[in-house]
Write a new protein. Sequence first.
Length: 398
Amino acid sequence: MLNIAETLHRWCHEARPFALATAVDVRGSAPLPVGTSVAVDEDGNAVGSISGGCVESAVYELCRQVLQDRGATQRAWFGYSDEDAFAAGLTCGGELHVIVQRIDPANQPHLGAALVEVAVGRSAGVAQIVDGPDELLGATLSVLDDGRAVGGTLDDGPVARAVADRARALLRAGHTARVTLGGDADTCPERLSVLVHVAATRPRMLIFGAIDFAAALSRAGRFLGYHVTVCDARPVFATTARFPHADEVVVDWPHRYLERAEVDARTAVCVLTHDAKFDIPLLRLALDLPVGYVGAMGSRRTHGERLRHLREAGVTAAQIARLRSPIGLDLGARTPEETAISITAEIIAYTNRASGLPLSLRTGPIHGPTAHGLGDGQANGKDYGAVFSSAGQAAAAP
């Protein structure tokens, strides 16, 4: 639902009831992820998309019906078939499970509180029960950036506490996900499936080295939604004029800046300096931090020397295994712009634990865990790490 947070925030502020349709399970090649929503108000105004167009009309009518009947939450399945592929089916061949419920902001102020947080750029999560006892279906609970659980349509008790705990964990991780909990008499006696909608603050991309490649990468990172920082110890190069797409430009020694930077599991560290006096202390620190991605630019020769220096500095084999060097995927990149795509493509693949292989060379569904070939750590019969090792050759600066 947080994909349409701006409009829902306005509707809640206006105390305008609406029907909310949410994709709570996606199988196969359905085009949009779990947690995507469509909302329809009592005047028939609609916002959002739940399937990229395939089933929008059917979902819209369900929303209108729920609003008119003021009834209980409804479920609907949409899937591909010869008869309905171009009517209410999914022509892409996937399956979509949707629940539709009426939301009255006057009775659910906690939802408005979460939407306010999202509107001002803070993190928030909304937990929604999408499977379980009928009386709990559609019940919601909000968790704010500071960890507070705010009201909700769940009665205070073990179920609400269990749901809030799981929502806090997903909010910290910055991920929308469907989770199963319950069956434990001491915590949550009912077995439930809960969809936790998360709107997290922008992840960070830390780019070290104020060079032309960094300018292109800062633009690509900003496009992908990262909060981009460019850092270099040389004030003549580290200027906002040279990096207009960066959120901030810092003049400092890279390792000294990283020591005080706020990082988390979504942070991408991109070392483009390919200069040992900057690289080694910086990478030694970065590989010891709980960041999501660490990549370093350089030629094969630079890479070999870098590994030798890192080992001499006491960096362990396990830490070195986290390093993506030479940085990026093998796209034949030459220009700074092409290299930025190479780097961001690897970050996307690495973050999603995907193989980085062409989809035309793969079999099975495009979307979902099995599409990544990682259920058993394999990708097309190859070890995941080996695939990245062989595929991760970017155009490296000399």
